[in-house]
Design a protein around this ligand. Structure first.
Ligand code: WTA
Length: 651
């Protein structure tokens, strides 16, 4: 709560610039009208958005069918996501977009490609035919494990064209994590590459796929994009080169007319147990949500060059690199690599060269840039920028001010957007032409969205108290479930309060209605804006033969937001020390991926537990962050354990 108090002292307010506001897609008047309608008749508001922003093959019979916690949006309607992202920009009054850049792609080594809407349409149709040729039918799942190359967007769109839900797995996950995600989704085909470029060197992906697919009997074929040109093994009959398949593919592939509730994709995210959740999104509602929010929040215009730095392996890449942006006929920039290759000014150099107008990134990245020094952005002309955004974690006011000053030249509005894998699209954010911003606050809910901050009994808390962030009404982009596990879906999000979605975040709401999201309150850590479950890391650790028990907590970190601290009890007779630490780090990397590596491993003879045997995480969190633990320790089983853990801290 100390965090909340310090944030509440933030008094700076930035009003929308009148020049920006005059040209904004949504001005103050529009927003006020939408807010009113969204509050009184949310279904009518969303129906208007669906009509205005999405093209349908067949209209809906009913806007919303809400049988908590199961929602159906635009019931009976038919549409297709790839049709909305491509074909409709090549028809009628939009036909001029045929030669407009859809994707501007920049590879890490400095190679680049531009795909116009005409090009992208052709490639997507061809790859959709390739998938059909491999026996992929409507409803079949396709797993994607790829670097940030145009083929990733092409493959995603091709899946949506034929109604095959994709399951994108971030390229930083290990072979084991990939195998679990392939098997859970039951994917028939895996699309990958020989590798991608990262930090100036080729990074292999195919070996992990081989390892994963060896234990994934559901997979019949693997399609491989040649990106790095490094040697890679190809298993006869099973593995096929992308370029070989595309050479013979027809570019004629009409979009499937899909039911509004047809599964669009599954994306795995960490929860509070060891097993990741396959978050399921469907077609019509998701498309309406991401298209509308992209247009309103990013103020997308035909002459914009929009760049979101997220990888398509995360929800931000799905909604705001690919779908929401292309559905608006805008130009999206995709970058393959890291921000410091070849130099610390890589992002700013890209912005200058392509005259990027809208830039969307994460607070962790911003804090890293601050540490690297102002000289890097200052070397470049960033005057093309007109709007900035952040996502993924709370942004501290100092980082916000730096972003505003050094990157935005004090002229760009900043939209701090709160949302989740589960929400599909942005839920709380400023609208750049209409809402005043405050550093550190995501400001107000999007029209038609109904968040609240409540206490344990579900009663709205009064400022200045904080509480749990919930959503009281269904929304079009909401998850439709957890793949194959309706019970877990109910339990995770809907069991705390009646008919109300539990987000798992702590928040505070000011009298003015502004939201301040404080971060996760469950056992999910937010590391550099990426969700990692404490249980996931714990199960990885205890699966190591030398580990008897492990407890994982987060501690605040200046750059990554949270850092992982693991308390480990080795099995008897094992030497705890640097060597074991190294082995465990390697083991976690193998089980999950490098993103889940603890920053700190502490060995202990025993973990502090309550009499009923529950690990006292609150105490561990205090120890990890170096705080004296003020909490109640009367239920602690063995007081000496706590003292020992502290001692190890001092050594
Ligand atoms: C956090 C990313 C504060 C939050 C789109 C949420 C934020 C989790 C913000 C979801 C923000 C995201 N301010 N916290 N603007 N945006 N979060 O599923 O804890 O990867 O629950 O989706 O990120 O992470 P996810």
């Amino acid at each position: 709560m100390a965090d909340i108090e310090s944030l509440l002292k933030e008094k700076r307010v930035f009003k929308p610039d009148s020049k920006f506001a005059r040209k904004a897609n949504w001005n103050k008047k529009t927003v006020e009208a939408y807010r009113k309608q969204g509050a009184r008749k949310p279904e009518r508001f969303w129906a208007k958005m669906a009509k205005d922003n999405v093209s349908w093959f067949k209209p809906w019979k009913k806007v919303l069918d809400w049988k908590p916690p199961f929602a159906k949006w635009f019931v009976g309607a038919k549409t297709n996501v790839s049709y909305n992202c491509l074909d409709r920009h090549l028809e009628g009054k939009n036909a001029w977009r045929k030669n407009k850049a859809a994707i501007i792609w920049e590879g890490e080594p400095g190679d680049s490609r531009v795909l116009t809407y005409g090009d992208l349409h052709r490639e997507v149709c061809k790859f959709a035919n390739v998938l059909k040729g491999l026996g992929v039918k409507k409803g079949d799942r396709v797993a994607l494990y790829m670097p940030m190359v145009p083929e990733l967007a092409i493959a995603m769109l091709a899946c949506t064209r034929i109604g095959a839900p994709h399951n994108v797995v971030f390229g930083g996950f290990s072979a084991d994590a990939l195998r679990d995600r392939i098997n859970d989704a039951g994917a028939k085909v895996v699309i990958t590459a020989d590798g991608g470029f990262r930090r100036g060197a080729p990074l292999d992906l195919k070996t992990a796929v081989d390892e994963a697919v060896a234990k994934a009997p559901c997979v019949t074929n693997v399609v491989v994009v040649k990106r790095t040109g490094e040697a890679c093994s190809m298993k006869a009959k099973r593995d096929l080169w992308w370029h070989d398949l595309m050479a013979d593919a027809s570019s004629d592939c009409p979009p499937a007319k899909l039911d509004s509730e047809h599964p669009l994709f599954i994306l795995y995210t960490s929860g509070t147990t060891g097993k990741p959740k396959g978050i399921l999104h469907t077609t019509g509602g998701y498309l309406t949500h991401v298209t509308t929010t992209s247009k309103a929040i990013f103020d997308l215009k035909d002459d914009d060059t929009y760049w979101c730095t997220a990888d398509c392996g995360w929800i931000t890449g799905h909604s705001y690199v690919v779908y929401g942006i292309l559905a608006n006929g805008a130009t999206t920039l995709m970058y393959e690599g890291t921000p410091n290759t070849p130099g610390f000014d890589r992002f700013w150099e890209i912005i200058e060269r392509y005259r990027v107008t809208i830039f969307y990134t994460a607070p962790t990245a911003i804090r890293t840039f601050i540490r690297w020094g102002d000289e890097h952005p200052k070397k470049h002309d960033l005057s093309s920028l007109r709007l900035l955004g952040t996502v993924g974690e709370p942004i501290n006011p100092e980082a916000w001010m730096w972003y505003h000053r050094v990157i935005g030249g004090k002229r760009c509005p900043i939209v701090d957007t709160w949302w989740q894998t589960e929400t599909g699209g942005i839920m709380i954010s400023a609208l750049p032409g209409a809402v005043a911003t405050k550093p550190g606050s995501a400001t107000l809910p999007f029209p038609g969205i109904d968040p609240a901050v409540v206490d344990e009994d579900g009663k709205p808390v009064t400022p200045p108290n904080g509480g749990f962030l919930v959503l009281r009404k269904p929304w079009p982009g909401m998850l439709r479930g957890i793949w194959g596990d309706p019970e877990r879906f109910k339990e995770t999000y809907w069991s705390q309060y009646k008919n109300t979605y539990f987000a798992g975040d702590g928040a505070h709401r000011e009298k003015s209605g502004y939201f301040w999201v404080m971060g996760r309150i469950d056992d999910v850590m937010n590391i550099s804006g990426h969700r990692i479950g404490t249980m996931e890391v714990e199960s990885a650790l205890v699966s190591h033969e030398k580990v008897a028990e492990a407890a994982v907590v987060g501690r605040p970190d200046e750059i990554t937001g949270t850092a992982i601290v693991a308390f480990v009890t080795p099995v008897g007779g094992v030497d705890a020390g640097k060597k074991l630490s190294g082995e465990l780090l390697q083991h976690v990397t193998k089980e999950i991926g490098a993103i889940a590596k603890p920053a700190d491993i502490r060995f202990t003879d025993a973990l502090p537990k309550t009499r009923s045997g529950k690990i006292m995480r609150r105490l561990l969190r205090d120890i990890a962050s170096g705080k004296e633990s003020a909490g109640d320790t009367t239920t602690l089983e063995d007081y000496s354990v706590l003292a020992k853990l502290r001692e190890s801290d001092e050594n």
